[in-house]
Design a protein around this ligand. Structure first.
Ligand code: FES
Length: 240
């Protein structure tokens, strides 16, 4: 049996010389080497979409910042994950996410267990410089066990991907464009009427905020568990 090995590339991240496999992204390599790059849409076990842009990094000889989760390593790459420019845009993106939805942590069921909140704390984001849009969006409580609150959704599409790629139900999708984009179930019917949802709860657990939660939870009570995802992915690789 021939074991296919990917070639090793050498690159520099934050001044450190690092060896990586050619099929690895900057984000993966950084994590393996204890270098933290924030991320939201990326989740191990799901496909890459590079939509949240929280993981932007500076790569020498590139004018624009690149998403670390969707950029593969190259020989001789010089990456900076924490320059003034990176920090400036990272903070701006996070503030825009907060301004665009209704993220009132004090009354959220995911308060204390929210990846968006964690990032705001990590970045020291104590205020938002942009006008809040204060959208009035639908809260769908028609499912027997779960709730989806579009006001808290950051459109990371983890729910869409886990439902399609892991559960195979294809219940969720992104509907509309730009500021009018929203997550829908089936053909924009209410979740409780969905013919495809298997009520597995995977979307609930991968949602990084309080947008998809279990019913009956009070403020701060919703705890998400994503451990199942790397396990299921690994088992599929083993069986393939
Ligand atoms: Fe890279 Fe979202 S984590 S774009």
């Amino acid at each position: 049996m021939t074991v296919k090995r990917s070639r090793i590339k050498t690159l520099k991240i934050d001044g450190r010389d690092i060896g990586a496999h050619e099929d690895e992204t900057i984000l993966e390599v950084a994590r393996e080497n204890g270098i933290y790059i924030p991320s939201l849409c990326q989740l191990d076990g799901l496909s890459l979409v590079g939509s949240c842009r929280l993981c932007l990094v500076e790569v020498e000889n590139w004018d624009k910042l690149l998403p670390a989760c969707a950029t593969y390593v190259e020989e001789g790459m010089v990456v900076n994950t924490n320059s003034d420019r990176v920090r400036k845009y990272r903070r701006m993106i996070l503030e825009l996410l907060f301004a665009e939805g209704n993220h009132v942590c004090a009354v959220c069921v995911s308060n204390g267990n929210c990846e968006l909140q964690d990032l705001a704390q990590w970045l020291g984001m104590d205020h938002v410089r942009y006008p809040h849009l204060d959208p009035v969006r639908k809260v769908d409580m028609t499912h027997e066990r779960f709730v989806i609150d579009a006001n808290r959704c950051i459109l990371c599409s983890r729910c869409v991907r886990v439902c399609s790629e892991i559960e195979g139900a294809n219940t969720w999708d992104v509907f509309g464009r730009g500021i009018n984009s929203r997550i829908i179930s089936d053909f924009d019917t209410s979740w409780g009427e969905s013919k495809t949802c298997s009520s597995c709860g995977k979307c609930v657990n991968v949602c990084p905020t309080g947008a998809i939660v279990e019913k009956g939870k009070a403020s701060g009570e919703m705890i998400k568990r994503t451990e199942f995802l790397p396990y299921l992915t690994k088992m599929r690789e083993v069986q393939a």
